[in-house]
Ligand binder design. Structure first.
Ligand SMILES: *Cc1c(COP(=O)(O)O)cnc(C)c1O
Length: 429
């Protein structure tokens, strides 16, 4: 495999960009080695600057649910761009977008568009604080909600331990307002709300965790959180930046039948452009400026080209049977990988939820953050590179979900399983 041009680019990049990248996980630090530089992407595949082709299960970290460079999305972007790239004044596509989200996700009667998932979650938390007049928020160990200060908090040893900042630059005084809980632990959540419930503005959760491998909620867990929040007057915030339009057309809230007070979106709703959104009931959303006093704004928010890309993508995911077909492919892939691991005698398991999946180097099923952390990350690292050498691109971290797209066909899935049969044997010693 030729890598000269990627190596040269990475060398240059490291001179002028921290770590050579604009987002940390791209740097391959947790798997070792150096990243490849992408020349172009098409359907299920990435092509790097050295001419290598990869079957891609990262999908730009989620947006590319219809495959890369889908002609309908590309066409919408090009057509819209011809009329101007940004107006800083209202445009019709913003209205179409808000109506589309409200129709697909009924808990969102009103929507505010922003430019990233990070902006969506930090705005939603501001709104939760503004609406309740309370300061504390609750998050779960291993859940990622973007890089806002309040979310960069490591779990303490117990549910009631005050948060410790995960990053220099996050003031302790702010981190103290973030309480953390173990995911899928009913009793810890009850205990925390019994103690601090009346100070909690909101609880934010990835309803299916996709940033600590892929962890589905236990039966009734999301309902339990819904009841705790309602009882204590805290807002339930589903961060559906990843799960929205992926685990079901209506997101995790549709799949599990639990309606949150606020929802955050990103990734798929931008179709590959930088977009985020948050939404909720009319009563809550009318507290956002200029309708209400909770301030939040954005020069490029609701950008016409980004709205056009997102609307085209949302059109594609509404095709009849779209999610059922995606889910069937995830099962075919994960069944094949489990069989290949079994044949090689490698302890391995998977989790699958709609169009996303997790690979665990441990006997399963794993559905807790502690379980995900306990997996054999060294085995994952070897597997990642053994797959990459065969042209299969998995997320370069043991703690990320995998993403299927509608552009992945039987040929790609069979090729992936065949590569895994080789890789599982290769990594045994
Ligand atoms: C990706 C992600 C974010 C952050 O979105 P950005 O657009 O990267 O800022 C937030 N929450 C979840 C669940 C995500 O997966």
């Amino acid at each position: 495999m030729q890598t000269d041009r990627s190596q040269q680019l990475f060398e240059r990049a490291r001179q002028r960009m921290p770590g050579g990248v604009n987002s940390p996980v791209r740097a391959f630090k947790s798997v070792g080695g150096e990243p490849f530089f992408v020349q172009r992407a098409e359907g299920a595949c990435l092509f790097d600057v050295d001419g290598n082709r990869y079957i891609d299960y990262v999908g730009s970290w989620g947006p590319m649910i219809a495959g890369h460079n889908h002609p309908a999305v590309l066409e919408a972007v090009v057509r819209t761009a011809r009329d101007g790239l940004s107006f800083g004044a209202p445009n019709a596509l913003e209205v179409d977008m808000a109506e589309t989200i409200a129709r697909l996700v009924p808990s969102c009667q009103m929507v505010r568009m922003v430019n990233s998932g990070t902006e969506a979650t930090l705005s939603a938390v501001r709104l939760a604080r503004g609406a309740t007049g309370r300061a504390r928020i609750v998050k779960f160990e291993g859940c990622y909600h973007g890089h806002g200060d309040s979310f960069l908090v490591k779990a303490g040893s117990g549910a009631l331990t005050f948060g410790e900042p995960d990053s220099p630059g996050v003031p302790k005084a702010l981190a103290d307002l973030t309480l953390t809980l173990p995911y899928n632990d009913f009793d810890a959540a009850t205990a925390l709300f019994d103690t601090a419930g009346d100070d909690i503005a909101g609880l934010i959760i990835e309803p299916v965790v996709g940033n600590a491998n892929c962890l589905p909620p236990r039966e009734g867990f999301l309902q339990h959180l819904r009841e705790l929040c309602t009882r204590h007057g805290a807002l339930l915030i589903f961060d559906e930046v990843m799960t929205g339009f992926r685990v079901a057309l209506g997101g995790a809230q549709a799949r599990y039948g639990v309606a949150p007070d606020l929802t955050t979106f990103g990734k798929i709703i931008g179709g590959g452009m930088p977009v985020g959104a948050y939404g909720g009931s009319r009563a809550l959303m009318e507290r956002v400026s200029p309708a209400g006093p909770v301030y939040q704004a954005g020069t490029l928010s609701g950008n016409p080209v980004a709205m056009a890309a997102g609307l085209a993508m949302l059109e594609l995911v509404q095709a009849p049977g779209f999610h059922a077909a995606l889910e069937a492919k995830v099962h075919a892939l994960c069944d094949g990988l489990e069989a290949a691991a079994g044949a090689a005698g490698v302890p391995f398991s998977t989790q699958r939820v709609g169009g996303m999946f997790g690979l665990f180097f441990a006997p399963g099923p794993v559905d807790t953050h502690a379980g995900a952390v306990a997996c054999d990350t060294a085995a994952f690292r070897r597997f990642f590179h053994a797959m990459l050498r065969q042209g299969i691109y998995l997320a370069p971290s043991a703690f990320e979900a995998g993403f299927m797209s509608s552009a992945h066909g039987e040929a790609e899935i069979d090729a992936t399983i065949a590569a895994a049969e080789t890789a599982f044997f290769a990594i045994r010693d």
